[in-house]
Ligand binder design. Structure first.
Ligand SMILES: Nc1nc2c(ncn2[C@@H]2O[C@H](COP(=O)(O)OP(=O)(O)OP(=O)(O)O)[C@@H](O)[C@H]2O)c(=O)[nH]1
Ligand SMILES: [Mg+2]
Length: 511
């Protein structure tokens, strides 16, 4: 019977924990900020790296914990996920099948959503859409017109904020491999599937290990499949060899979680579909499930900190390229160099501003405000503490987003030597609530009052922000003229050098 295989990972874990503590002392947002600024200065020829860094920076902020199943085609990845979910959700076939990155997250009912390249989403209950849009075509290529595939599934394991990702198999086409590798960088935990019948050679093993470790992907659990197709003696030998494979990999996992499990995916799925507990245990699935649960409990509350080390190799790469760019700039003719630097700073300011405006607008969208605040605001209205709630909850949110936007504008004003515009301002209409301090609201009436207030707030604030954008964009579009004095030239070069110094510091603190 396949059993979980316990490995001693104590010393590695200590090392990882002390590293994590150091990382936690950093201000996450300032590190991410430095990297965002740094990639803004990269030459156009590094667009790929820039996009990857920005994706990673965005990923840091997302609160969900993503577990990604990875392995060559036909190794049983989708079957294993289906067994974990206890349903035949994902397309399974004998030929290389999965043809898109499929993200499974929590939803009240089973449903699928396909994002298409032309922008039109397709949504339907169940998972029939996957059979049409998320499998490889006859030439075993992914469909070019599908950009994302998401499944919502009412499984309790997902409810706390877990996402499971099913990937196309590797070894098939270069482009698929690239997509899969990008996905691995965004995973918080990787389940690496192995086929008990064809174990990796030493070279393949070392290649995989180095690839993952170089990118600081260390939360890796190996799952060996297809042991059910082997004779008992052979199975023991395979397990014995696999212990060495797993020992060789310096995983960082919580106590009680091994980095090697044996699960027969198909028998596990069958057992789940029939509700046969004994057969499920025999397949090895519950041991893996319990390990994943422990992992989620430990990692979910501090998922952002665990992602941070992943940025460091990218930061090192960016730093190296910027260093080269600085050297080239210093060797180029004086005037060209100054104008080029200024142009880059301008683009950096424009992108930074636009990004914070987008985030501000997202926050101000009525559906977001209602989602985040309606119920707590309604409770405050009922309790007669609406003004305190506004001052303690909504106003700080507004201030924080506002500061992020205006800081870019202030920087632009300093850079272009322009006066600062009038600040973003909004009337909070607090008197409305202080006057009605003694009024008793019913549950329904307080909900209604919160809804009305947030609707007005959303509309007014979005309008105020739109007007601010017009003024700010006038400043941000100030034409660049060739600088005339040595002082100006030094100032601009300082910008590049400062970012380089920040990146260097970041590397030192985390080495
Ligand atoms: N006998 C046996 N068959 C299995 C087992 N696990 C998976 N299979 C079968 O292997 C085939 C491939 O499984 P999939 O889950 O589609 O594999 P995959 O890794 O998702 O494949 P791609 O998406 O193409 O990369 C299917 O026919 C499964 O039924 C197992 O433990 N035992
Ligand atoms: Mg698959």
């Amino acid at each position: 019977m396949p059993m979980p295989l316990r490995m001693g990972t104590g010393s590695v874990r200590m090392d990882a924990n002390s590293r994590l503590r150091r990382v936690q002392t950093q201000s996450l947002s300032s590190l991410v900020d430095t990297l965002r600024k740094a990639v803004g200065l990269l030459d156009a020829s590094h667009a790929g790296l820039k996009a990857m860094v920005l994706r990673q920076c965005d990923r840091i902020a997302q609160p969900t914990l993503r577990i990604t199943v990875f392995g060559p085609f036909n190794y049983g990845k989708s079957t294993l996920l289906n067994a974990l979910l206890g349903e035949k959700t994902l397309p399974i076939d004998l030929v290389p099948t999965t043809g898109a990155v499929i993200t499974v997250s929590y939803g009240a009912t089973l449903a699928s959503r396909i994002s298409q390249a032309d922008g039109t989403p397709l949504e339907a209950p169940g998972t029939d859409l996957l059979k049409r849009y998320a499998i490889l075509d006859d030439q075993r290529h992914m469909r070019q017109d599908v950009t994302a595939v998401a499944v919502q599934c009412p499984h309790p394991f997902l409810q706390s904020g877990v996402e499971l990702v099913d990937l196309p198999g590797t070894d098939d086409h270069a482009i698929q491999n690239e997509l899969v590798h990008t996905q691995l960088l965004e995973a918080d935990a990787v389940i690496q599937l192995l086929d008990g019948r064809k174990l990796m050679t030493l070279t393949e093993r070392e290649h995989l290990r180095d690839w993952l470790l170089e990118r600081k992907i260390t939360t890796v659990i190996f799952v060996v499949n297809f042991l059910n197709l082997m004779e008992s003696e052979e199975r023991q030998q395979v397990l014995h060899r696999l212990r060495f494979v797993a020992q060789d990999f310096r995983a960082t996992l919580p106590d009680g979680v091994s980095n090697l499990y044996a699960v027969d995916a198909l028998p596990a799925l069958r057992a789940r579909l029939k509700g046969n507990m004994a057969a499920a245990t025999q397949s090895g699935l519950p041991a893996l499930e319990s390990a994943l649960q422990t992992l989620v409990q430990e990692r979910l509350p501090q998922v952002k900190n665990h992602r941070l080390p992943r940025l460091l190799p990218l930061a090192a790469q960016v730093q190296q390229i910027l260093q080269q760019q600085l050297t080239t700039l210093e060797a180029s003719p004086l005037l060209d160099r100054q104008v080029e630097i200024k142009q880059r700073v301008k683009v950096l300011l424009q992108t930074g501003f636009q990004q914070t405006v987008d985030e501000f607008q997202d926050w101000l969208r009525l559906d977001n405000l209602l989602n985040q605040y309606q119920s707590s605001f309604a409770m405050a209205i009922r309790a007669g503490t609406a003004v305190q709630w506004l001052e303690g909850t909504l106003q700080p949110g507004w201030k924080q987003k506002k500061r992020a936007v205006t800081e870019w504008v202030y920087k632009a004003c300093d850079f272009f030597e322009q006066p600062r515009p009038v600040d973003l301002w909004i009337d909070w209409h607090k008197s409305k609530f202080s006057q009605s301090g003694n009024t008793k609201f019913s549950l329904e009436a307080s909900n209604e009052a919160a809804h009305t207030y947030l609707t007005r707030f959303s509309e007014t604030a979005l309008e105020v922000l739109d007007n601010y954008k017009i003024t700010a964009n006038r400043i941000l579009k100030t034409p660049i003229v060739a600088p005339s004095s040595q002082t100006q030239q030094n100032g601009q070069r300082l910008l590049l050098e400062n970012i380089l110094a920040d990146l260097q510091q970041l590397q030192l603190e985390n080495d």
